[in-house]
Write a protein of this length. Structure first.
Length: 311
């Protein structure tokens, strides 16, 4: 399933709202406003979340709305620890870097942009951690409840439009290959590895040859077979795979890991879900997810010890 909408919207909103203007964040007061299961929420926490919410939604939330968001986060994080779902610093930083990458900026640029709006990066990371924990909990604990039946999807599509449920497409089986280039390596080493990749492309004529070669090549790795259909791949990658001969490697691409290629193991016609069917399935899943997570959160809040001190 795709990432729940709040995280996706957060990326888009930050990408649209972060401008390198603004004023430095003031030092907030540490007056405790609410205690949640013995964990404090301060005026500073509220001020920070309010600024982040304003930045991402372009609307100023009420103080009560922000307090409730922070209470929800505390409750989610405690429930996560109960089930051993507690992302570490490296996990959060990786997610933060991923967000910056999707916004087409560096993590340092994201941090600077937040700070010029008076938002500490830790505020965004805290919100991201709560979202990560909650998504894992809901999907893990209610996996069967969240399943969307194919018959229900088909009936919904037919009731809405009467469209076909499947169309002709292509199935691709491939294996990603990485020629590892450590971070901070010189441009010369990167160019050397790129030339190696071109040499390998001329030598490989099948997936068997690729596995034999790269499983014994130092500083290289070949991953397990991945199967994707037309509907699951962006148009640019589909074109690359359609232009690649079976058993051969795609052109090398520089990534964070080093030089990456894909060996195409097979390409064959198949039937795939129509865009309308995928849209209906995703909508039905999101409706189930929202209903389930709301009921779960309501139960946790009822059981939590919430003490208001100074609203």
């Amino acid at each position: 399933m795709t990432t729940p909408l709040p995280v996706f919207r957060l990326v888009l909103a930050l990408a649209a709202g972060l401008v390198l203007t603004g004023v430095p964040a003031p030092v907030g007061a540490q007056n405790i406003v609410v205690m949640v299961n013995g964990d404090p929420i301060t005026d500073f926490d509220i001020d920070q979340r309010s600024k982040l919410d304003t930045l991402t939604t372009q609307k100023t939330p009420t103080r009560e709305q922000v307090i409730n968001e922070l209470i929800d986060d505390k409750v989610k994080l405690k429930e996560g620890k109960k089930y051993g779902v507690d992302p570490g610093i490296s996990d959060i930083n990786q997610s933060y870097e991923g967000m910056a990458q999707r916004m087409r900026i560096s993590p340092d640029q994201l941090t600077k942009s937040l700070e010029t709006k008076g938002v500490r990066p830790e505020t965004l990371k805290g919100r991201m951690k709560a979202e990560m924990v909650w998504t894992s909990l809901v999907r893990g604990r209610f996996k069967e409840k969240l399943m969307v039946g194919e018959r229900d999807v088909a009936q919904a599509v037919q009731a809405q439009t009467g469209d076909k449920l499947q169309i002709e497409g292509t199935e691709y089986k491939m294996q990603p290959i990485v020629l590892i280039v450590p971070r901070g390596s010189s441009p010369a080493l990167l160019e050397t590895r790129r030339k190696e990749a071109d040499t390998y492309r001329s030598r490989v004529g099948s997936c068997e040859e690729a596995n034999s070669l790269f499983r014994s090549t130092p500083n290289a790795t070949i991953r397990d077979t991945v199967t994707k259909t037309t509907a699951e791949l962006p148009e640019a990658l589909r074109k690359v795979l359609d232009d690649t001969a079976i058993g051969h490697l795609t052109a090398p691409e520089v990534t964070k890991a080093g030089i990456e290629m894909v060996v195409l193991c097979s390409r064959k016609p198949t039937m795939i879900d129509t865009p309308k069917k995928r849209e209906v399935r995703e909508k039905m899943y999101q409706e189930k997810y929202e209903k389930t997570q709301k009921a779960y959160l309501d139960d946790l809040r009822k059981a939590a010890m919430i003490e208001y001190r100074n609203r």
